[in-house]
Design a protein around this ligand. Structure first.
Ligand SMILES: NC(=O)C1=CN([C@@H]2O[C@H](COP(=O)(O)OP(=O)(O)OC[C@H]3O[C@@H](n4cnc5c(N)ncnc54)[C@H](O)[C@@H]3O)[C@@H](O)[C@H]2O)C=CC1
Ligand SMILES: CC(=O)C(=O)O
Ligand SMILES: [Mg+2]
Length: 610
């Protein structure tokens, strides 16, 4: 590393006049006296480092820092406290009425003032999550090329085969990288194939690692594998940021992802956590089983969602006082989310002593071709146990009338699938019907909170993947829960990274589901809410993180020698600091840049052509 020395170059700075220098800081007059009394050494740090997004304190630089770092005069006299900085950000945030404009403002904020950004997010989770996460991030991904403002993660294209390592090493935080969130952009929320625009999701997920689980952003690398897109409108969009080719498929695609995985561990080590996000369902399952036990990886749409789904079901059990195995559960959609929940639910029921068949008996699956029956075409192997010996039923309304589910779970991206008739029928048959509309963003939700409460006469225990505001019904305030994997993955990742595990067994997702289900208070449950309020998502992450870390230690899967009793303190000690330290104590370093062979090769080609 190249360290810059503090140079005493004998250069005496002009000291500002304490009478005229404006400041809000109480200690400021003393500081000016101190400054005036001494001859300053100037720390010769390149301006672009001092004012880079990682280090820039905005108007929070003290007078001494401004003078010694050679930035005095580059900003006005005011020295803002942290609270004043937050006020400025909040005022700017509210000055934009459109959510996408707020998203764009927050992107700029992160790039220019990273620590202020994370402090603002962590202090305003309820306000900011719907912007940097679902639903707004989904909308932003559809116009990501227009919003693009520069480096947010690593883009690896199909042309980078053979030298992915050099591409990964171009990441400024390469020496600290410990976790990667990777997408190929094929199933971005319920919005379909968004190609390289999917980077917005990888960035958003990793920002929650920091804001909710305190994992330093310097350890995180969002990655987009640009293998093309089959979305024709992106090929024609002049602002699209990715390759305008059809997607790689078959062996070529699989070996591309294989090379990526091998390169990651070769570059950053075996314990690098790799989070798969928003891959198309068949690929998501294929990679999950292909890399089982080879890498420390998980698929959030399958496993993270499973933890949150089961956590919610356990919450319904707490409200209804009826064992999960006695509920009739109807799943709509048989994709990553539903199959993940099914897997974990069965694991839970079998652990309670039910046989596999008993566990499957009260579970019904409905997809685009109707109810899954023994006569359905092409039944997936892992779903065959749920196929019913019944006549085909094509309509969801008729199916609900017939099987009378006490719990209905949708992850279909089919907006409005849960009709008035369906919700009324559930409420007619059950005192507290459970309704989950997992699909994201809000525009894809199977029903709204208002519909769920209104059509069920306020009886529904309603949760949705995207946030819905509380609803007033018959003088009662009904608050929906947010059934989103953001209540699982930050904690699971935190626990895994804390102990440097090299594997993420299914048990940690089961454990997370149980931890999550214990968190809602009796009051939350009385109000029909089975998930904690989103503003306590950081407490949830910590609780899950501690339990996951302990589990991994106790089961011999931890590489870090840590006693289970030390986990909590270790996490607290290593958590990302939301407060600035002294800029004078910073370890300033230049990133060492290696030429990227793909760029070098490209230049050579261009030279040849000339
Ligand atoms: N809340 C959360 O934490 C999560 C939410 N999701 C959301 O769930 C949705 C689905 O995600 P995946 O399971 O990965 O997608 P997927 O596309 O693999 O699965 C969707 C399934 O729904 C079926 N489907 C579509 N329209 C239908 C209809 N009208 N009736 C019945 N079935 C229908 C499809 O055939 C498919 O099997 C997306 O909107 C996604 O954003 C996904 C993961 C986590
Ligand atoms: C929340 C999430 O991961 C999804 O909708 O895909
Ligand atoms: Mg997802």
């Amino acid at each position: 590393m190249n360290f810059f020395k503090i140079l005493n170059c004998g250069f005496t700075r002009q000291t500002p006049n304490p009478q005229t220098h404006q400041s809000n800081s109480k200690s400021h007059p003393n500081l000016i006296k101190r400054c005036a009394a001494s001859t300053h050494d100037t720390i010769r740090i390149p301006l672009e480092l001092v004012l880079s997004g990682k280090s820039n304190k905005f108007l929070g630089f003290t007078l001494e820092e401004r003078q010694r770092l050679g930035i005095h005069g580059l900003m006005p006299a005011c020295i803002r406290s942290d609270d004043e900085q937050m006020l400025a950000i909040e005022s700017n945030f509210f000055s934009f009425s459109e959510n996408v404009a707020r998203y764009r403002y927050l992107r700029a904020l992160r790039q220019s003032y990273e620590k202020l950004y994370f402090k603002f997010v962590a202090q305003n989770v309820k306000l900011v999550l719907p912007i940097i996460y679902t639903p707004t991030v989904g909308v932003a991904c559809t116009v990501y090329g227009m919003l693009y403002r520069g480096v947010t993660g690593i883009h690896i294209t199909k042309h980078d085969r053979g030298h992915m390592k050099q591409v990964l090493l171009n990441w400024p935080n390469r020496s600290r990288t410990q976790a990667i969130c990777v997408t190929d952009g094929e199933r971005i929320l319920g919005l379909g194939d968004l190609g390289a625009n999917g980077m917005g999701i990888a960035v958003g997920k990793m920002e929650l690692y920091t804001a909710l689980a305190g994992i330093p952003p310097s350890r995180l690398m969002p990655v987009c594998l640009d293998v093309g897109t089959n979305n024709k409108s992106l090929h024609e969009d002049p602002l699209y940021i990715g390759l305008r080719d059809e997607r790689l498929k078959g062996d070529e695609y699989v070996s591309f992802v294989d090379e990526f995985m091998e390169t990651v561990v070769e570059t950053f080590g075996n314990q690098t956590l790799i989070h798969f996000e928003d891959f198309a369902t068949p690929n998501a399952f294929m990679f999950l089983s292909r890399y089982q036990k080879c890498y420390c990886h998980f698929n959030d749409d399958i496993q993270g969602t499973a933890a949150v789904g089961l956590g919610g079901l356990l919450g319904i059990q707490r409200i209804t006082k009826k064992a999960l195995g006695e509920h009739v559960i109807l799943f709509a959609g048989a994709g990553s989310a539903v199959m993940g929940i099914l897997y974990l639910l069965k694991k839970e029921l079998v652990s309670r002593g039910l046989t596999q068949d008993e566990a499957a008996k009260n579970i019904y699956i409905y997809d685009q071709s109707g109810l899954l029956t023994k006569n359905s075409k092409k039944i997936q192997e892992n779903l065959s146990i749920y196929a019913k010996d019944m006549k085909p039923i094509k309509s969801l309304e008729k199916l609900v009338d017939k099987v009378k589910p006490s719990i209905l779970i949708g992850a279909t991206s089919a907006a409005g699938l849960f009709t008035e008739k369906i919700i009324r029928s559930m409420a007619a048959n059950h005192e507290r019907p459970g309704i989950f509309a997992f699909s994201n963003p809000t525009s894809k939700s199977e029903c709204t909170a208002e519909q769920a409460y209104q059509f069920s006469d306020g009886k529904a225990i309603f949760s949705a993947g995207s946030p819905f505001p509380p609803v007033e019904f018959n003088g009662k305030r009904l608050t929906p829960g947010q059934a989103n994997n953001c209540f699982a993955f930050p904690g699971i990742v935190l626990g895994t990274m804390t102990v440097l595990a090299e594997q993420m067994p299914n048990e940690v997702f089961l454990l997370a589901a149980h931890e999550l289900s214990k968190i809602p208070t009796e009051e939350d449950l009385q109000g029909g809410r089975i998930y904690p309020p989103v503003e306590s998502a950081n407490e949830v992450a910590l609780k899950i993180g501690v339990e996951v870390a302990k589990y991994l230690i106790e089961n011999g899967l931890a590489k870090r020698a840590l006693d289970p009793d030390e986990v909590h303190d270790h996490i607290a000690k290593n958590s990302y600091a939301l407060e600035y330290g002294s800029a004078l104590a910073e370890t300033w370093s230049y990133p060492k840049m290696k030429p990227n062979p793909s760029t070098a090769a490209l230049h050579k080609e261009l030279q040849k052509k000339k």
